[in-house]
Design a protein around this ligand. Sequence first.
Ligand code: HEM
Length: 411
Amino acid sequence: MMEENDSTTQWSAPVDFSERVDTLAFDIMGDLSFGKSFDIKEPGENPLKEVPHCIAEYMQFYYPMCRSPLLNLLVWLKPRGLDRLFEMATPPPVDRYTHFVHSSVTDRIALQKTQASKPEPEQRLDMFYFLAEARDPDTAAVAYEEDELRAESSLLIIDGSDTTAISLSGIFFYLTGDPGRYEKLVTEIRTTFESAEDIVHGPGLLGCDYLRACIDEGMRLTPAGPSELPREVLPGGIQIKWEHYPAGTIVGTVPWAMSRSPEMYGDAEMFKPERWIVNESTRVTKEMVATMRAGFHPFLSGTYSCLGKNLATAEMLITVARTLHRLDLRRAQGSTLGGGSPELGWGATDPKTASVRGCLHITAKRTRGAVQEEGLRSLGARDTLTLVLIRHHCAGKEHGLFTLFAGTELR
Ligand code: HEM
């Protein structure tokens, strides 16, 4: 975006910002998972630019099947003739996504083999590396066969890119719809960091309370997985509040509804990052924040919650902070895109609510600081997102193999 508009005074032509964050999150995920960016965020032709859209189609195709009461029957029928039917019924974008994952993993497996003879510091230690190298703690056998590696890789791409992009879109949607709060955040970022190059994961960034609150508030109002994420009650049943649920019952809470609970948040529909910050003058107490936090789980909680929580949080903190340090943003004049509208149908008509199906039109101009940074960059400063990947101490096959933390370097 900086390259598209050189000016510090003229606003750029409107850009579809949702598309931009989609491509950014996808490239970061490619880099971290497969050791190479797919560069779809870069200008110019690239056939992979359609992949994030294919992911959406993939989800729409498989989601109803996965939630169908006939799922077990479908799984049973798959090798008994249903596969053929599936092939015929699969929409072309879904096929293209499957093909993309297949060829990416094939390339990465080849790299794994060629780099095996090199010393570890020279190898690409991306997420795939840890999956491929994982061993069963009891038998020391390879933890993942090739088809499992392929399935895990597909899961990583979907879980890691789409979710982050939706969250970022929501955060920027609400920020650009509220000039006062936008300015407050910009002031925090530009007074904490002298240049965007200084914005790296660390105490400075983690000390930006308002930034963190904006991210939480954006994620509250735009849950990346808005519907309930089902869990099956185990033998013995479970007591939830006043009800007993027997084994086998599917239970779940709906993040969209939880986020909008008036009992919990009061003015729940309002974008109000201040609600997350203890402050006498705004009458937000420690107890109020603790109660809200106890019910706020954008990454879910417990077993099978998000493995990429820390990584995603670091990614969002850095992306929002660097963008607002380098660029002034505002909604395209007169544009109502990004929010709900009557055409989107029931449940998505409110223009003040971010729509996961819409696009967000934003215009941008460079900040003066960004122009000075150009000089810095020519002196060799680089944009890097430094992240850590720590191998999980127990290679539990059921739950993926690694836990992600921000802080250590991933090559
Ligand atoms: C803002 C961004 C993100 C959000 C809101 C988010 C949210 C979630 C949620 C709610 C789940 C639970 C899904 C379920 O129970 O069905 C989940 C699972 C998962 N997420 Fe994320 N996620 C984000 C980013 C990432 C990233 C960047 C990665 C990359 C490493 C990632 C990897 C995973 C994986 C591997 C799982 C499956 C865990 C399992 O089944 O054991 N997520 N995520």
